[in-house]
Write a protein that binds this ligand. Sequence first.
Ligand SMILES: Cc1cc2nc3c(=O)[nH]c(=O)nc-3n(C[C@H](O)[C@H](O)[C@H](O)COP(=O)(O)OP(=O)(O)OC[C@H]3O[C@@H](n4cnc5c(N)ncnc54)[C@H](O)[C@@H]3O)c2cc1C
Length: 433
Amino acid sequence: MSWSFETDSEFQEQLNWIDKFTREEIEPLDLVFRGPGDPWDPDSPAAAAMAPLKEIVKEKRLWACHIGPELGGQGYGQVNLGLMNEILGRSRFGPSVFGCQAPDSGNAEILAHFGTPHQKEKYLQPLLDGKIASCYSMTEPQAGADPAEFTCTATRDGDEWVINGEKWFASHARFSEFLLVMVVTNTDVPIHEGASIVLVEKGTPGMEILRNSAVGPYVEQGDGVHGYLRFTDCRVPADHLLGEEGQGFLVAQTRLGGGRVHHAMRSVGKLKKVMDMMCERVLSRTTKGELLANKQMTQEKIADSYTQILQYRLHVLYTAWLIDKHKEYNREVRKEIAAIKAATPKVLQEVVYRAMHLHGSLGMSDEIPLMYMWADIPELGVVDGPSEVHKVTVARTVLRDHKAAPGLFPTYHTPTQREAAMKKYGHYLTDHG
Ligand SMILES: Cc1cc2nc3c(=O)[nH]c(=O)nc-3n(C[C@H](O)[C@H](O)[C@H](O)COP(=O)(O)OP(=O)(O)OC[C@H]3O[C@@H](n4cnc5c(N)ncnc54)[C@H](O)[C@@H]3O)c2cc1C
């Protein structure tokens, strides 16, 4: 009997500590540091506030748990990471304090696999130590979901690659020490064989940030963290191409699969926080002589939210368990990752809306964090690929395990089935009569 829904007691103790630490030390950061880049920008005042907290996490051996022991992580596996992220997701700062924040977590994995010894020394270690930030840049102004539309190129010239083109929504570009940029290196073959990833160091001549966009209405225009980049004859050394030329998507897979699961894990944390808020509110507010919690229409909202969150959480943990089991992002794993990726904005949309609604005017005011959470939901349906694309992945993978009906009518066509069933068991009817 190998199915289990329990956390072993030793790890549970660590989770209990993480929960207390997150509530007492990390969540207050959200109330003080509200700049769009604060959790990730090494030059933000929040970085100084986070520094002692990071040291405590390191001492507790809970730092960068997404990576294996060979790189200084704990290698706890995805299920344990999921349980941790459920707690860290309560705060914007949780992942940064625990050294597992996007996009640095995935970029570190790419560097670890494909970087030269010099690149690892210069960038990987400081990145793993949480001292620098990094950027992964793939989307272009005219194309995101469909890479076949990418036009930013790198051409080989002697010992260098020369990059020309534009990139869009490159998160954290403005304070990153280096960028991993997806470029077309061969225009004569399909994009999945003709794209590569190059490392571009901060300040490389020919790379400029045209402007920085923000998500949501709460940021001054231009003060966002998502860079609109232009490359004009931007030269990088030949060994800055990571992995094989033309294998950019294979290299990217190292980070995208894990990144999507981690977003989902953190979303579980956010959902649990919203559920706590919703329950507290309906148990505190009286209307028409009784608690809001006693109204059946409120109870339906609580019940539906509880059920949706539990279903989503189990799906996320099941996906994590599959990754631990297979130790790779195979077809089965990719199907589940795509499914939870598409489910994430939907469950948040429904649960956060109910919570806001039950809080009445307070729920949509700036005095409670629900509106901030609400403003963040649309990005989860778009970032790392729109829901439609992931649903197509799920549907195609599911359909691969099915076949067309062998004849004119479906397999479960009752008259046809009944005829066969009668041949097998019909004589019991006659014998009985
Ligand atoms: C907060 C945030 C951070 C981001 N960070 C980064 C980053 O660091 N680096 C980076 O490279 N990119 C980043 N992105 C960009 C993100 O990856 C793209 O937005 C995403 O891939 C979609 O591309 P697009 O915006 O060009 O939308 P489009 O490709 O134009 O798609 C727009 C809409 O068209 C529809 N659509 C698209 N394709 C299909 C299809 N096949 N079938 C049906 N409908 C479809 C969907 O409704 C989709 O939402 C970020 C985005 C956000 C919101």
